[in-house]
Design a protein. Structure first.
Length: 490
């Protein structure tokens, strides 16, 4: 027998084969494809009530409480195999075993999106854990449900190019700004698409992007505009804005939007019916739902999360490579006789050499960087990388990842810096030897995984040389802990 809780709000299962409402909540969710785990009992009550008002259907809900037995990791494994669940929501306050979470999430996320809310803000370790695992991190419960509403009813967009269709110019401008802030593009439309729109729409309509149908727009105009942009290979998703006070027959407009979304099921459509209380209920037809948001910024943010998730899912999975010139036995023997605390510089250089990293001076020009490791009490070793000077000190342009790193993790870590254009040659010269830098990151990851006695490490400065010339580690500082790191509970 497994135990949920204690100090929890219970369990809900809406699947026909095993209906169960073992909860204190007076509001039970509608049946659906979303499952959720919450570490807060009172929050669970609010979640179930809010989900019902959103008409967001749940396959299951679990309040794990103190999680003395069943954990978030256990639930992820359960929902991974549950045919009734297609989206997983997580409210996570603490992690039992972050490494097990990362392994499980990496396996689940390519097939079923995982959306999580965590109360921390400036926590690089949590951001790194979620980024490496493909988990969509949201900053509020409202955002969590906004994203869930999209992923439960529409496919993630195949890319980040969005068409905005509106009957009012002001909200469209806000939507364009929100799209850009969410990592989306609102590109101009091609000549063929503009010609098709001019032929079908009012002469006063603006057929650039956003597409302004004018306040006189009819349901037929909305349908034609949506059909045209969704058929365009240069558009991946559509945001539809409608101001009911400016036009009559919102039910006909809603029907037109549903028809167009049904005709192009591979591209998501989201809507914002501003100022139309109750109008959003019209965008439901059987299993077909067009997610509707009170404000267009929420629609854009949800699409941005979904597009980033799809980009992660479409990238080949990384592997932790077997590296040449790694002598683990030598590294262990070097550490065996060392006391806790700072390691002498010569011994630090020998430890790095046993993992194929040489400490050497160079007078060759190039930007200086740093690579560091700290042992987080919850997440284990966390690797940080950044350029020295103003980039790290004033711009906080530092990337973090949790070990063990895959080749994909190392590549994405380096390219996630805002200063990445300086490294890959897009600006300021030929760039640096990214392959050598990525390999060094992987060697450091392997080293701290193999030698858990290492509490911290800092390589600074690291001279980044032009492509083909490698890198030069000028100085290394290594500190050993009183006791080796241990893994956490499940």
């Amino acid at each position: 027998m497994r135990l949920v809780g204690p100090n929890c709000m219970g369990v809900v299962n809406t699947t026909p084969a095993a209906r169960l409402a073992a909860t204190f909540s007076p509001a039970l969710p509608l049946p659906g494809r979303v499952a959720m785990s919450s570490q807060s009992g009172p929050l669970g009550l609010a979640v179930l009530d809010f989900a019902r008002r959103l008409r967001l259907g749940f396959s299951g809900f679990v309040s794990v409480g103190h999680a003395v037995d069943v954990s978030t990791n256990d639930l992820l494994q359960w929902w991974e195999e549950d045919p009734e669940t297609s989206v997983v929501l997580l409210h996570v306050e603490t992690f039992g075993n972050p490494r097990r979470f990362a392994r499980t999430a990496r396996r689940v996320a390519p097939r079923k999106p995982i959306v999580a809310v965590h109360p921390g803000h400036a926590d690089a370790a949590v951001d790194s854990l979620f980024a490496q695992s493909g988990v969509i991190r949201t900053r509020s419960l409202q955002e969590l449900f906004d994203v869930a509403l999209l992923l439960a009813h529409q496919p993630p967009p195949p890319g980040n190019r969005v068409a905005v269709i509106t009957n009012a110019g002001g909200p469209a401008a806000l939507t364009v700004g929100a799209c850009e802030a969410s990592g989306l593009r609102v590109p101009g439309l091609g000549a063929r698409v503009r010609h098709a729109l001019r032929t079908a729409l009012s002469p006063r309509a603006d057929v650039t992007n956003p597409i302004d149908l004018t306040p006189m727009a009819t349901a037929a105009h909305y349908r034609q505009a949506l059909d045209t942009v969704l058929a365009d290979d240069g558009i991946d998703a559509a945001v539809v804005l409608f101001m009911p006070p400016l036009a009559d027959k919102p039910d006909e407009v809603a029907a037109a939007i549903l028809d167009a979304a049904e005709a192009a099921p591979e591209k998501p459509v989201v809507a914002s019916f501003l100022g139309g209380a109750g109008v959003a209920d019209l965008l439901h037809r059987g299993d077909l739902v067009v997610p509707t948001y009170a404000f267009p910024e929420s629609a854009a943010a949800s699409l941005g999360h979904a597009a980033a998730y799809q980009a992660w899912r479409s990238t080949p999975a990384g592997v932790v490579p077997d590296l040449p010139e790694v002598d683990t036995d030598r590294g262990r023997s070097l550490i065996a006789g060392c006391a806790p605390g700072a390691v002498p510089p010569q011994l630090a250089a020998e430890l790095l050499d046993s993992y194929g990293i040489s400490v050497r001076d160079t007078h060759a020009p190039g930007p200086d960087a740093f690579l560091s490791v700290r042992a987080d009490p919850v997440f284990g070793p966390v690797i940080a990388f950044g350029l020295t000077g103003d980039y790290a000190d004033f711009m906080a342009d530092v990337a973090h990842r949790i070990t063990p790193l895959s080749d994909r993790d190392a590549r994405e870590m380096i390219r996630s810096l805002r200063a990445a254009p300086l490294l890959d040659g897009r600006v300021g010269g030929p760039g640096v030897d990214l392959a050598a830098l990525e390999e060094t990151v992987l060697r450091i990851s392997a080293m701290v995984e193999d030698l858990p006695e290492i509490e911290s490490m800092e390589l600074r400065p690291v001279r980044l040389l032009p492509p083909g010339d490698g890198i030069a580690v000028a100085r290394a500082t290594i500190r050993l802990a009183d006791a080796p790191r241990r893994g956490g509970p499940s």
